[in-house]
Ligand binder design. Structure first.
Ligand code: SF4
Length: 370
């Protein structure tokens, strides 16, 4: 498979999703980041979090079947492409001495990123101004996770996962509490706890705190990379889709925080999520992507995945039915990343270490071969 075919395959999987045979677990049901997917490895060995669709949704998205074969962990997509399912790690079966199963504390994202939402609630949900695509409280409500994870619980899972040899990095994200640190203090305590037992690269994500020194505290505690997520590069979409977050954080605050973080973490180790498919202007999105990449902020451009429990559960993203347009769009993203020398695979930690939700890496690889 050449670079163009791989890029097209990943975009197709991320935007159309796939149907799985009945009785297959459809993936986690809530939390931060895209949910409702299963991780597979593409023929290039990179992860893809494939949205699992059923019934009417599968028809709308034109999802092709993904079926097991008689070879262990090998699945066949649309009757033609072999994908490898990432096996369930053994540490999921362990539990803390209080009896909390490890899989309720942290999960494997992609092949080797241990990810956890350290605080599974957000002030914008209490205010009724949550981001419309968000499902952060769902996994705690459903019992799949716990509301708040103690630093010692997380470092215990990190130790077990490292012992099993299945992780290369850790990703910590959080809902935003009512405090001005935006949850960063909690992250500092967790990073410090992990650093007592491990040197694993750690990526953290939070909203821009009003006091930039908080970002330095996170760096000093031992974080390797930081994600400060704007969510959309189109201000009118950000205002509509993320009312609370938009009201709190003007674009200027993000720009100041990224620049401050760049001085601490370096080019390519500061990232921001930019969702695709919310009706945004693609021209504006590419212009901001270019601006960000030029200064060294790594954009995580990713198709939005409407999830049950979010306000967008029945929303049909604007990319649906426009595969060619999506391919052109991501090729331009790839050209931008390549032009500014931002190879996603070189980030120390964060979403791009897994890369399962975004075709950025495949777009970069495609551009590098032109
Ligand atoms: S800031 Fe938005 S996406 Fe993040 S946890 Fe809060 S409501 Fe969800």
């Amino acid at each position: 498979m050449d670079a163009e075919e791989l890029l097209a395959l990943k975009i197709r999987l991320l935007t159309q999703g796939a149907t799985l045979p009945e009785n297959e677990w459809p993936g986690r049901r809530g939390g931060a980041g895209p949910v409702g997917g299963r991780y597979f490895l593409l023929p290039n060995g990179r992860a893809c979090g494939v949205p699992v669709r059923t019934g009417e949704s599968a028809r709308i998205y034109n999802s092709a079947p993904l079926e097991p074969t008689d070879r262990k962990d090998v699945w066949l997509y649309d009757g033609a492409v072999e994908l490898r399912m990432i096996p369930r790690p053994r540490f999921y079966d362990l539990e803390t001495k209080e009896g909390v199963p490890y899989h309720k504390i942290a999960l494997l994202h992609g092949e080797s990123t241990l990810a956890t939402t350290v605080f599974q609630a957000c002030r914008y949900w209490s205010h009724g101004t949550q981001c419309k695509f968000c499902t952060i409280p769902m996994s705690a409500h459903s019992g799949d996770s716990i509301l708040e994870k103690a630093p010692e619980q997380i470092s215990e899972v990190v130790e077990a996962a490292e012992k099993e040899g299945v992780i290369s990095d850790v990703l910590l994200t959080t809902g935003t509490p009512e405090t001005p640190d935006m949850g960063a203090e909690r992250l500092v305590r967790i990073i410090e706890s992990i650093r007592k037992v491990s040197k694993v690269p750690i990526g953290v994500q939070f909203e821009p705190p009003s006091d930039e020194l908080m970002i330095k505290r996170v760096a000093d505690a031992g974080a390797s990379a930081v994600g400060i997520h704007i969510e959309s590069a189109d201000e009118s979409v950000r205002e509509e889709m993320c009312p609370g977050k938009h009201q709190y954080g003007p674009l200027d605050l993000y720009k100041r925080s990224w620049q401050y973080a760049l001085d601490l973490f370096g080019r390519g180790n500061v990232s921001t999520f930019i969702l695709h498919g919310l009706g945004e202007s693609l021209e504006k999105t590419l212009a901001i992507t270019d601006e960000l990449a030029e200064v060294g902020v790594l954009p995580v451009v990713a198709p939005v995945r409407p999830a049950k429990g979010s306000q967008l559960s029945d929303y049909v993203p604007t990319y649906v039915g426009h595969l060619d347009r999506s391919l052109d769009f991501y090729k331009e993203v790839g050209r931008i990343l390549f032009r500014h020398g931002l190879d996603p695979s070189r980030t120390a930690a964060g979403c791009h270490r897994c890369g399962g939700c975004t075709p950025d890496q495949e777009a970069y690889d495609w551009a590098a071969r032109q």
